[in-house]
Design a protein around this ligand. Structure first.
Ligand SMILES: C[S@@+](CC[C@H](N)C(=O)[O-])C[C@H]1O[C@@H](n2cnc3c(N)ncnc32)[C@H](O)[C@@H]1O
Length: 396
């Protein structure tokens, strides 16, 4: 079969596996997209790891101390070793890759990095990122002990796989603070991409976030380019169209989806289609019931109105009613800087709250509702406001 026209469904994954097995041993300049990482953090990372830099962005810039991080398609381990230093000794970093050669490079360098930084918080595991429940090393072990020679044995293996996914998941549900990835999602087969986003959502804890750097295109990639395994494994054919990349997060149930970085100049152009790196963040935790605890928010602008991922409409300057859950969400990133928060004067306990009609789109909150109908206080300006020397030159 020709190397340039193959049945993509059969060959994409094998093409990716072969290409990165080679790229783990010999640097592939074609796969390199210049990225500037924090030079201080690079100092402890061995050359063998840095030589296999096949990333297109740096999601580690958005990590914090103590985060538990999962890196999808960890390759030679560079993103994990950068993350390891940012999350520090109280954080944890897990890298997942399906390629034995890449895992070998990452694993043999992990003790060298740990020795330099003074602690060890990184582990590498073999798995496919579209099925983070299946530990491929456990599966390899099962196959070694019970090789498959017949249809009956294949059925038994399929049952075993389900059992492993259920009883010994590689990444358990809700176990991760941040899922990161650098230039890998585009390599996953088209028919597996929906499950890939569901898996990212599954493994994140409520309140967790994902930060993904990947290659996106400005136009649809035509079928003939998609059938070229070289372009597939080279991060071109499987690139998301940029708007569909964001839509995939939305469809998986994320909120607050934000473009953090978008390369101005394309990394490559093929037949007039531009391919560039984009880094996107998305958050988990909007699911669940809505209760009215008398919260309100005021959208600061600059737009006349905006709509969030639950369909709430926020009009500039208007005191808008929100449920307790939405109020909590707006109190944190990525929304916090866009809102004035107006809590109820007297907190309403959850057991006294009524269901909130979140689906109604837009509801004004009268100030009396926040303050309570009985509130009739008259107060003086605080003394400190008009005190001489407070820098205000007198109040009002
Ligand atoms: C372009 S490289 C990026 C490596 C690394 N993130 C970096 O920044 O250098 C892609 C990596 O993803 C791995 N990979 C591709 N598809 C995968 C999949 N479906 N499951 C797990 N790993 C995958 C490859 O083996 C390879 O190591």
């Amino acid at each position: 079969m020709s190397k340039t026209t193959v049945d993509v469904e059969q060959d994409v994954e094998q093409a990716v596996r072969d290409r990165y097995a080679e790229a783990a041993k010999k640097i592939e300049r074609e796969l390199c997209c210049p990225v500037s990482y924090d030079p201080k953090l690079l100092e402890v990372i061995p050359n063998e790891v840095l030589a296999c830099d096949y990333g297109c962005g740096d999601p580690t810039r958005y990590l914090r101390a103590s985060d538990t991080v999962l890196d999808l398609g960890s390759g030679s381990g560079k993103i994990c070793f950068l993350a390891s230093q940012i999350v520090g000794p109280t954080g944890k970093v897990f890298g997942v890759d399906m390629n034995d050669e890449m895992l070998a490079v990452a694993r043999r360098n992990a003790p060298l990095v740990a020795q330099d930084i003074g602690y060890s918080n990184v582990e590498f595991h073999k798995g496919k990122i579209q099925d983070l429940a299946l530990d491929l090393e456990l599966l390899d072990q099962c196959l070694k002990e019970s090789p498959v020679h017949s249809a009956e044995e294949l059925s038994a293996l399929e049952s075993k796989i389900k059992e492993l996914q259920r009883t010994r998941p590689l990444v358990p549900n809700s176990s991760v603070d941040v899922v990161v990835s650098n230039c890998v999602l585009n390599l996953v087969r088209p028919e597996d991409k929906k499950q890939l986003f569901s898996e990212i959502f599954r493994v994140l804890r409520r309140g967790g976030r994902t930060v993904i750097s990947d290659i996106v295109s400005d136009e649809d990639v035509p079928a003939e380019l998609q059938q070229n395994p070289e372009l597939w494994s080279g991060c071109i054919s499987g690139a998301f169209r940029e708007d569909l990349f964001l839509q995939a997060f939305e469809e998986a149930g994320f909120y607050g989806i934000t473009i953090l970085e978008r390369q101005e100049e394309p990394w490559r152009t093929v037949e007039g289609i531009e391919f560039r790196s984009m880094t996107v963040a998305a958050y988990k935790g909007k699911e669940g019931p809505c209760w009215d605890q008398k919260h309100a928010v005021v959208y600061r602008g600059p737009f006349r109105q905006v709509e969030d991922d639950d369909g709430h409409v926020l009009k500039r300057g208007i005191r808008t009613a929100v449920c307790g859950k939405t109020y909590g969400i707006y109190s944190e990133e990525p929304y916090r800087s866009h809102f004035e928060l107006v809590p109820p004067r007297v907190p309403v306990p959850l057991k006294e709250a009524r269901p909130f009609p979140c689906s109604k789109g837009y509801l004004r909150r009268h100030p009396k509702e926040t303050k309570g109908a009985e509130y009739r206080v008259t107060s003086e300006a605080p003394a400190s406001c008009c005190a001489p020397g407070n820098g205000n030159g007198g109040c009002c």
